[in-house]
Design a protein around this ligand. Structure first.
Ligand SMILES: [Zn+2]
Length: 342
């Protein structure tokens, strides 16, 4: 809903120059983020999330570099240096650690000298396992391939007591499977004769530890994105800490980063203020910055930054950014452009 409003605003405000929006909003540091960029089908992603083509990604980058100066972590740590720049700043990042980052994205960024952070789920490095939503995507793509064959969908209906065996019932059921019930996806895979282990071995959807080390050596930032991609607000306090600490420690040990960055999987919605205080506390892995996905928005936590999802509605960066600024300005009128944390 919120995303649809932003996209409409992006279209309506097509005549407003980007510089003007930046100036009147005062938002001169933005955090665009992506997941997947590919020119070949990504069956594990595209049924649940949009995939950016390389051409469109390059177009986005051209727009972003025209209006913003790409900055690294140093600029976030000393924001007073930002005002000295000729252009507003952007900090670019990519979530989920997909192999296309190493193949397509990093070479483009490297050629242009654009710094970026890549956030990884530590359980999936080296293709040891896969994000449960990507498993859902693979199941849906298999169901499409067999034209939602009644022989199979009737099995779904009887096993899971679905209201019907039609395409919609089965599809909705697969899409609604949550982190808590993710083991069920392995059972469903058997129903459609899908083998995730083979997919991981053959397709290698994720980067290897070595590939990530290569990127770290080139100067890209490697950050943690939890162990296996749960929605934090659904976790117990203990599990939130475990997901955070294990992934942060792994990344800092393996890549010898000397810095700490973390992006919340899905969203940080509902994560209490206390959690942010505690992860900065004694005995925790070093943390320089954490990242959410709420778009252009202020946060009361000084080291926590909200990023702009750049894949919504397959719209180009120009329209997405414009929508974000206009939404931000509209919310500002009713004083709602700042997150409230309890
Ligand atoms: Zn993610």
């Amino acid at each position: 809903m919120r995303q649809a409003v932003k996209l409409s605003l992006g279209t309506l405000g097509g005549w407003i120059p980007q510089q003007l929006l930046i100036r009147i909003s005062g938002q001169d540091l933005v955090f665009p983020f992506y997941h997947a960029v590919s020119d070949v089908p990504m069956p594990h992603v595209e049924k649940v999330y949009p995939v950016r083509s390389l051409k469109r990604f390059k177009g986005d980058l051209e727009f972003l570099l025209k209006h913003y100066e790409p900055v690294g972590l140093e600029a976030l740590k000393s924001p007073e240096t930002l005002g000295r720049r000729a252009k507003p700043a952007m900090f670019l990042s990519f979530d989920d650690g997909l192999s296309e980052i190493h193949e397509l994205v990093a070479p483009v960024l490297d050629r242009k000298g654009v710094p970026a952070a890549f956030f990884v789920n530590t359980d999936f490095i080296d293709n040891r396992d896969m994000f449960y939503r990507y498993k859902s995507s693979l199941i849906l793509e298999r169901l499409e391939k067999i034209n939602y064959s009644p022989a199979v969908t009737e099995l779904f209906q009887s096993r899971y007591h679905l209201a019907g065996s039609g395409k919609k019932s089965v599809r909705d059921f697969v899409l609604e499977i949550s982190y808590r019930n993710r083991k069920e996806l392995d059972e469903i895979a058997k129903l459609v004769q899908l083998d995730f282990a083979t997919f991981l071995k053959v397709r290698k959807p994720y980067m290897s530890l070595q590939q990530l080390k290569n990127l770290a050596n080139k100067g890209f930032y490697i950050g943690a994105h939890s162990k296996d991609h749960p929605l934090f607000t659904h976790l117990t306090r203990e599990d939130m800490f475990m997901q955070y600490r294990v992934s942060m420690e792994f990344v800092q040990k393996e890549f010898g980063t000397g810095y700490g960055i973390f992006s919340f999987p899905f969203s940080d919605d509902g994560v209490p203020a206390r959690f942010f205080e505690e992860i900065k506390g004694e005995g925790m892995p070093p943390l320089d910055a954490s990242f959410g996905t709420a778009g252009l928005k202020k946060d009361p936590v000084p080291f926590h930054h909200h990023r702009i999802p750049m894949e919504a509605g397959r719209a180009p960066a120009r329209r997405l950014l414009r929508g974000e600024y206009l939404y931000y300005l509209a919310k500002g009128l009713v004083r709602k452009n700042k997150i409230v944390r309890v």
